[in-house]
Design a protein around this ligand. Structure first.
Ligand SMILES: Cc1ncc(COP(=O)(O)O)c(C=O)c1O
Length: 297
């Protein structure tokens, strides 16, 4: 028999970037700038090896059973502490889910919030999975023109007037692929439009901690007085991409729904990788480590 697949799932788009990356896998000396592939020198191999040794030997049963839906408690605690203390995010009324990298969230968010025909506004050049996963849910990915400061507010507003918008997808720091960082003033203008048209903002921030120069720009989530921002982060670029550990902070009700959908489709996160990340964070000075990572790049 031949399966008749719905059109929306066949709209996966060509992913040339991934193809180029995979051609280079295993080729000595091949450095791909196609995907955000971390430099091997930036991965704290010894610390991660020690973490594996410790957690496997200390309490193997804590790894070998099902884990909690929302993720490992210690990792969630350490992640929330940093989001609050270093990134000044208000955690009141917020939930956190640990995910299989920030990448998994690119699928989970549209699955959770989109109705067919809903529009999602994103930079006209942006991360391929964010575009494709919206299309796969029957949503419309609408590319908004950008300038040197990122998404242009007037262009966003023209699109949002359709009244069909659900959220704005943004990579405000070191955008993939343009590299643009959106200044605070522009972030505030975009937030005001989100507020006017009742859109939420999906802030995807895997690169924000790896700033080479200049001042950190406050995240949307740090001034989210209306509780309309979902903030996604990742340990891929700072510790190890292969461990596949990311997280999403957002309104409690949205996060608990995402958790339930994740449970239905992908189950809980593997415990071993989460415990490795938690152990690493408990045993290193993460800010010093980030300095090393920045120095490598
Ligand atoms: C903008 C953006 N979002 C999400 C991801 C996914 O990262 P992770 O490894 O955490 O799944 C990437 C990876 O390159 C990315 O560039």
């Amino acid at each position: 028999m031949s399966f008749s697949l719905p059109e929306r799932v066949t709209l996966k788009g060509p992913n040339f970037i991934r193809e180029v990356f995979e051609r280079g896998v295993g080729v000595p000396g091949f450095i791909s700038f196609g995907i955000g592939n971390p430099a091997p020198e930036a991965i704290p191999v010894k610390v991660i090896q020690d973490a594996f040794d410790a957690i496997v030997h200390d309490n193997p049963m804590s790894l070998l059973q099902y884990g909690p839906m929302q993720g490992d408690a210690r990792l969630a605690e350490l992640t929330l502490q940093r989001l609050s203390a270093v990134h000044h995010m208000n955690l009141e009324g917020q939930g956190l889910i640990i995910s299989n990298g920030a990448g998994q969230l690119l699928g989970l968010v549209p699955i959770t919030v989109l109705e067919p025909g809903d529009e999602v506004y994103m930079d006209d050049y942006t991360f391929t999975s964010a575009i494709n996963s919206v299309r796969n849910m029957g949503g419309k990915a609408i590319g908004i023109k950008t300038d040197a400061h990122g998404m242009i507010p007037s262009e966003l507003e023209s699109a949002a007037k359709s009244g069909k918008g659900k959220y704005i997808y943004l990579i405000p720091n070191f955008q993939n692929p343009t590299g643009i960082t959106m200044p605070l003033e522009r972030r505030k203008e975009i937030y005001a439009i989100a507020s006017k048209y009742d859109l939420f903002i999906y802030e995807d921030d895997p690169y924000g901690e790896i700033r080479f120069a200049g001042e950190h720009v406050p995240s949307f989530k740090s001034f989210d007085t209306e509780n309309r921002v979902l903030y996604a982060g990742s340990y891929s670029k700072t510790l190890s991409a292969g461990l596949r550990v990311g997280f999403l902070l957002g309104p409690e009700d949205v996060i608990s729904t995402i958790q339930a959908l994740k449970n239905n489709t992908a189950g809980q996160m593997p415990l071993v990788t989460q415990k490795v990340v938690a152990h690493v964070l408990d045993h290193i000075n993460y800010d010093e480590h980030l300095e090393n990572v920045r120095a490598v790049y």
